[in-house]
Design a protein around this ligand. Structure first.
Ligand code: AMP
Ligand code: MN
Ligand code: MN
Ligand code: MN
Length: 280
């Protein structure tokens, strides 16, 4: 059965509307989907409504947190979208995101990209959409200031580049505590995508676990089998549940909803957790 527990709509930096995303998931025969937009749950209720009995939706989000001065992503899976603690946190994060997006815009203006913020915003889903660096990258690519989204990151948006803006997100510990308080479980997203050595990654996982984190993503569609195997073993070593997700943002050759993301047999699936199971 195809499952995908990490993807984005245009409520944040995905390019499809919630409706288009659900239709795509259904046409690809995905049976269980978690919409994990960055620091927002705006699309979740609509996703549940549109999905009806076509596929199961697990309410979720992808939270940006700060750990040891680094930006880490934690998926909150199976959350209660009415939780006031979660809504308060989301409002704070959105304020940080808005300030950061404006400051990235100012830096890009200095580099000659007039109205960068307004133009990037105009390409997003709605006025409420969360603007990430992903949105800026797509804008820079659309005006041919970069030859790919990746190139936009490497030239302008990555740490150390001219339009990079450092942000203090909620701490790893507080982020996980609020995910748990709101009925969900914390899943460490794409562990191999951080600029961390394997030793530092283990330190992150230890802190993640001490803070109450219960699962990690082991499987995503673009990775090598060696990487999946490594993460599967790490997941067992730290006694975490295993999750999988495409991190789909838009149509393209590399990532597709539900594609090539099985949870390894050796691991216990996050779907076994009561807090997730209740939505199945
Ligand atoms: P932010 O949370 O604003 O820092 O933006 C992070 C988002 O940018 C990620 O979720 C990805 O969608 C995207 N992203 C980060 N690094 C890259 C990269 N090298 N190439 C393409 N997209 C990236
Ligand atoms: Mn993104
Ligand atoms: Mn992420
Ligand atoms: Mn993501």
């Amino acid at each position: 059965m195809k499952i995908d527990l990490h993807c984005h709509s245009n409520c944040s930096d995905g390019s499809l509307s919630v409706e288009q995303l659900i239709d795509r998931a259904c046409s690809l025969d995905v049976k269980i989907l978690a919409l994990t937009d960055h620091d927002t749950i705006n699309g979740v209720e609509q996703a549940m409504c549109i999905a009806a009995d076509r596929l199961k939706i697990i309410p979720a989000l992808e939270l940006s947190v700060t750990w040891n001065d680094k930006q880490i992503h934690i998926v909150g899976l199976g959350i209660d979208i009415d939780s006031t603690a979660l809504i308060d946190l989301i409002n704070e994060q959105n304020q940080r995101r808005k300030e950061r997006a404006l400051n990235i815009g100012k830096k890009l203006e200095k580099l000659g990209f007039k109205d960068a913020y307004a133009n990037t915003k105009a390409l997003s889903g709605s006025d409420d959409s969360i603007i990430t660096r992903g949105n800026y990258a797509r804008y820079l690519y659309s005006i041919k200031a970069a030859c790919s989204v990746d190139d936009a990151f490497n030239t302008y948006l990555k740490q150390g580049k001219k339009a990079y803006v450092k942000t203090q997100w909620v701490s790893l510990q507080n982020g996980i505590a609020i995910i748990k308080q709101s009925g969900g479980i914390a899943v460490l997203a794409h562990p191999k995508r951080y600029p961390l050595t394997n030793m530092k990654l283990c330190e992150l996982i230890e802190d993640f676990k001490s803070a109450g984190g219960e699962a990690m993503e082991v499987s995503n569609c673009g990775q090598s089998l060696t990487e999946r195997d490594y993460l599967s073993k790490l997941c067992l070593k730290y006694n975490l549940l295993a999750s999988c997700g495409s991190d789909f943002h838009h149509e393209g050759v590399f990532r597709e909803l539900g594609h090539n993301i099985e949870i390894p047999q050796a691991n216990t699936s996050v779907l076994e957790h009561d807090r997730v199971k209740r939505f199945l």
